[in-house]
Design a binder for this molecule. Structure first.
Ligand code: WTA
Length: 631
């Protein structure tokens, strides 16, 4: 029996789950009415597996629901309390951001952006990032935001795939006191992309940049436009954004999200999980370049007219007290962060958070990777002072919003550190074996989702076939997220990590296939295999095994450096391996598949189970030897 904690906010709305269980379609139909629609839908759900269309026939606009609806009552309320890494700060009200978004929407129009066009955004964590996104949404352009830590090659691939004619970037962004030269990276990325017509440059750092014929300055463009731009009336399934994410195959996939369903999911979960109130100060530490930032920094808080803190830089810069300083300064009431950040804060010791006044906090959350029970308890005790419920929210880029979480806004249930508790109302989630049969309680299996939900991705950009195979082919008419899980005797779900070749490094999603194809494109490399091994802070770190081509005489230290540099320029610094091991062969099955399970076990210093399907047992011995020598 695991330890339980009885802590809630006193809410108990049993009706909600009852309604959802009896008919999930009419349940979501009710929830969608919380948004403002230009015209109502005729059909709640058009489900032609695996394609779901929600609220068919209804017209809506995300930017309208984020901004226009608040103008009468909240125009002077703070929308964003922004803190720059260098100490700059800005307080932007709902009224002010409404004007900025309309102006920027007119800027986009003046550059020829039309409904359905894609716009790439590569900006640091500054208010102009949500402004740009909401401006795209306003005119029906589909934004595709790229995390500002990704490299030129990553941007090139994504811009090429989405065919964005316009890119929005900045002269630079601050990270750990240094300027990240975003504009230079964009210049490199688009040298061969003639279809890119305009690059809009925001001046954040005022460092020197080269200006090309495609470049236009954000401020200059904004000086010449009207501050009124009505929101387009868009069909419910209009593509709101593409967000590229890593999977098990080579290049990242463009996850495509719609509008009406997605917003319904976010509006509901933000209320149920975060119990959002008008007086709250919400702070989600996620970068907007990842899905958590899209859903729970940009769309959900804006739908509710909430006030939020947005922070530009590294959480431990200039020192380990930065986060707690922000919580105290802005009197944050709801704090949403990652297990990786918590493990880092925990390592810095209790004295630092204890020296700040964190008494404004009333609810804590985590996302992105499994949280270790001892870290959960530390969060509960040291940060929440045993008075704040913790929501451990499980979801994915593809799911749009959270699907498993404790929901203190509607219920009070005992909490078990390390368990996400139960599915949100209106989704049917279970744990099955290889054949798709439910496993017995407390048995590890695969998580599956048995019905469509409103935040579900529409498809993969330009690739319906891949969408079908990746998510809907392992089990018939069930969505397969690629996670291991178990359900305990109380029906609580425990998420046990990825069941596929996707890694979670500090909560960031990276595919082993991406890493491997990057390494084998080095002229000296014949084969490679990447895997994750446990790490005290980051959850997982990358190690790679590399087989060189015959006759290569390059020194292994030099090669390792070249490979690391290559990964950093082709993918980004977040994908840097901790160690690269050079071996003469990789363990493979007789059919030629690399046995990553074995490599992972060796990296974890685990017993190496069944190797009877191995092509050549000597490979294991060698990999083990090389690994042991470098430990
Ligand atoms: C993992 C992030 C355990 C999981 C929102 C999932 C989690 C992947 C949790 C999606 C959690 C996310 N507990 N694991 N609370 N939340 N994950 O697309 O493996 O970056 O499949 O979305 O993160 O990562 P993504």
């Amino acid at each position: 029996m695991s330890e339980t904690f009885e802590i809630g906010l006193g809410n108990n709305d049993n009706n909600l789950r009852k309604k959802a269980d009896s008919d999930f379609e009419s349940f979501w139909d009710e929830q969608a009415k919380n948004l403002s629609w230009f015209s109502p839908w005729e059909k709640t759900l058009d489900w032609q597996p695996p394609f779901a269309k929600w609220f068919v026939g209804g017209t809506i606009n995300a930017s309208y629901n984020a901004l226009d609806i608040h103008q009468e009552t909240k125009s002077s309320k703070s929308a964003i309390l922004w803190e720059g890494e260098n100490g700059d700060s800005r307080n932007i009200t709902y009224g002010e951001i409404f004007i900025q978004v309309q102006k920027f929407a007119n800027v986009l129009k003046s550059l020829g952006v039309q409904k359905g066009d894609r716009v790439t955004i590569y900006l640091p964590m500054v208010p102009e990032l949500p402004i740009a996104m909401l401006a795209c949404a306003r005119i029906g352009a589909t934004h595709t935001v790229i995390f500002s830590g990704f490299s030129a090659t990553s941007i090139k691939d994504r811009v090429f795939d989405s065919k964005s004619k316009v890119i929005i970037t900045a002269d630079g962004g601050y990270r750990r006191g240094k300027i990240v030269p975003l504009k230079d990276v964009v210049d490199d990325a688009i040298t061969e992309l003639d279809f890119v017509e305009h690059v809009i440059v925001l001046e954040r750092t005022k460092n020197k940049i080269s200006i090309t014929s495609k470049d236009k300055l954000w401020t200059e463009l904004m000086n010449n436009v009207s501050d009124s731009c009505p929101a387009e009336k868009l069909p419910s399934d209009h593509p709101l954004y593409i967000l590229y994410t890593s999977g098990t195959t080579g290049k990242p996939k463009g996850v495509l999200h719609g509008t009406g369903g997605y917003l319904t999911h976010l509006h509901s979960t933000f209320k149920w999980a975060f119990d959002i109130k008008d007086s709250d100060i919400f702070f989600c530490t996620a970068d907007i370049g990842w899905v958590t930032g899209h859903s729970y920094v940009v769309y959900a808080p804006f739908l509710h007219g909430a006030t939020q803190v947005m922070y530009e830089g590294a959480p431990d810069f200039p020192d380990a007290s930065r986060m707690w300083d922000i919580l105290q300064k802005y009197k944050v009431t709801i704090f949403y962060t990652t297990p990786t950040a918590l493990r880092m804060f925990m390592k810095f010791g209790d004295d630092i958070p204890n020296s700040f006044d964190l008494s404004s906090l009333r609810l804590l959350g985590t996302v992105g990777e499994p949280i270790n029970p001892e870290v959960w308890k530390w969060y509960f005790k040291t940060i929440g002072k045993e008075k704040c419920p913790i929501i451990d929210t499980w979801w994915q880029t593809e799911t749009g919003g959270m699907l498993i979480s404790f929901l203190p806004g509607i219920e009070t249930i005992p909490l078990k550190p390390g368990s996400g508790t139960r599915p949100i109302p209106g989704v049917n989630i279970t744990v099955v074996d290889e054949n798709g049969d439910d496993v017995a309680p407390n048995t590890k299996g695969y998580l599956v989702i048995k019905n469509p939900w409103p935040g579900m991705l529409l498809t993969l950009w330009n690739d319906d076939a891949k969408y079908k195979t990746v998510y809907w082919s392992k089990y018939e008419n069930c969505y397969y997220p690629g996670d291991y899980a178990l359900k305990d005797d109380d029906g609580y779900l425990w998420l046990l990590g990825r069941a596929d070749d996707v890694l979670k490094i500090a909560g960031h999603r990276i595919g082993t296939a991406e890493l491997e194809s990057c390494m084998v494109s080095h002229p000296d490399v014949a084969e490679s295999a990447a895997c994750g091994i446990p790490d005290e802070i980051k959850g997982e770190v990358i190690i790679a095994f590399v087989v060189l081509k015959q006759g290569v005489i390059n020194d292994s230290n030099v090669l390792e450096k070249q490979l690391v540099d290559k990964i950093r320029t082709d993918i980004g610094a977040i994908a840097t391996p901790k160690q690269i091991y050079f071996v003469s062969k990789l363990p493979k099955t007789r059919s030629g598949k690399i046995m990553r399970r074995l490599l992972k076990a060796i990296g974890n210093n685990e017993q190496i189970g069944d190797v009877s399907t191995l092509e050549d047992g000597a490979a294991v011995t060698e990999v083990k030897q090389v690994f042991d020598e470098l430990q």
